[in-house]
Design a binder for this molecule. Structure first.
Ligand code: BV8
Ligand code: ZN
Length: 247
């Protein structure tokens, strides 16, 4: 199923880094952004996933985020998330870098998770920065307020906003030192996340992509495995466990 090159590199790897995107949560029933049923088909990102949109129309932005977090609360991590959680124990160093804001990797048991774009189940005050996971309680009002009077916003990174610096630094560090980098379920459009596989490649890692279609990165990587992450990842973990047990 998987190339000997990928399996050998993984078998001999000390450090592995993984970047995931919305494709990993698709099989949990969470819509992606740019696919056929993608969120951006109905809305334009700049109309909703930006601070300007929020300041101009907090009710509309809250409506969209509370609808998305309702869907996420109803869904569950899938076999792809579970496989990545199991894979973490195979390597001395394993970093799971995600663009997803659904919190599914942690719910599936992954421990070393870097959330580049925040977490939709949390909100934070635009004025004092206090975080809360109780935003739903404020949901009888469309745009909940903080005790300090400031407005609460979804605790995610919007377009035009910087990513959390400490998280981003760790993500680049992991990408620079890893022996194998897996890019899974991402269209690799959004930066700086999409830079990470390229940084890993330039630093000498073996970089493979697992995605349901080829992406803008595919030609520059060592290999692209076309398929659904929920099917491919459990098979990869099974083959890897087999290989490790045999030696
Ligand atoms: C910043 C959180 C600077 C909110 C998100 C021009 C060129 C390059 C860059 C830019 C540019 N113009 C502007 C920029 C910068 C911009 C950017 O990259 N824009 C892109 C669109 C061109 N980036 C930013 O603004 C970032 N900030 O640069 O700040 C700065 C620095 C200092 C000071 C001030 C400013 C912030 C980016 C973060 C935006 N926030 N989300 C929310 O979720 O609402 S981005 C959003 O896209 C999600 O986080 C999502 O994760 C991310 C990436 O999308 P994907 O995960 O890849 O999802 P997608 O649907 O695209 O693809 C899914 C893939 O899976 C597909 O390929 C599909 O085939 C595949 N698939 C589907 N099902 C499956 C599957 N694969 C396997 N199995 C399946 N079952
Ligand atoms: Zn506040």
């Amino acid at each position: 199923m998987f190339s000997d090159r990928l399996l050998q590199h993984l078998k001999n790897a000390r450090s592995v880094a993984v970047l995931t995107g919305a494709g990993v949560s698709a099989e949990s029933g969470v819509p992606t952004f740019r696919g056929e049923d993608g969120l951006w088909k109905k809305f334009k990102p700049e109309e909703l996933a930006s601070i300007d949109a929020f300041m101009a129309n907090p009710d509309l932005v809250w409506e969209w985020y509370s609808e998305r977090s309702r869907i996420i609360r109803e869904k569950a991590p899938n076999s792809g998330h579970a496989a990545l959680a199991e894979m973490e124990s195979f390597f001395p160093e394993f970093t799971l870098i995600t663009q997803n804001v659904d919190g599914f990797h942690r719910r599936a048991g992954s421990r070393n998770v870097l959330e580049l774009h925040g977490n939709i189940l949390f909100s934070r005050c635009v004025r004092c920065g206090v975080k809360s996971d109780k935003v739903e309680s404020g949901m009888d009002r469309k745009d909940p307020l903080c005790a300090c009077g400031g407005r609460m916003r979804p605790d995610v990174v919007w377009f035009g906003e910087p990513l959390p610096q400490d998280v981003l630094k760790k993500a680049f560090a992991a990408s620079e030192i890893c022996d194998v980098f897996l890019s899974i379920g991402t269209s690799a459009f959004v930066h700086p996340a999409a830079t990470l596989p390229v940084v890993a490649k330039q630093a000498g890692a073996y970089v493979a992509e697992i995605n349901s279609e080829r992406t803008v990165l595919s030609d520059d990587l060592d290999e692209t495995i076309l398929g659904k992450s929920g099917e491919m990842l459990p098979r990869l973990v099974a083959e890897l466990r087999n290989l490790i047990d045999r030696t």
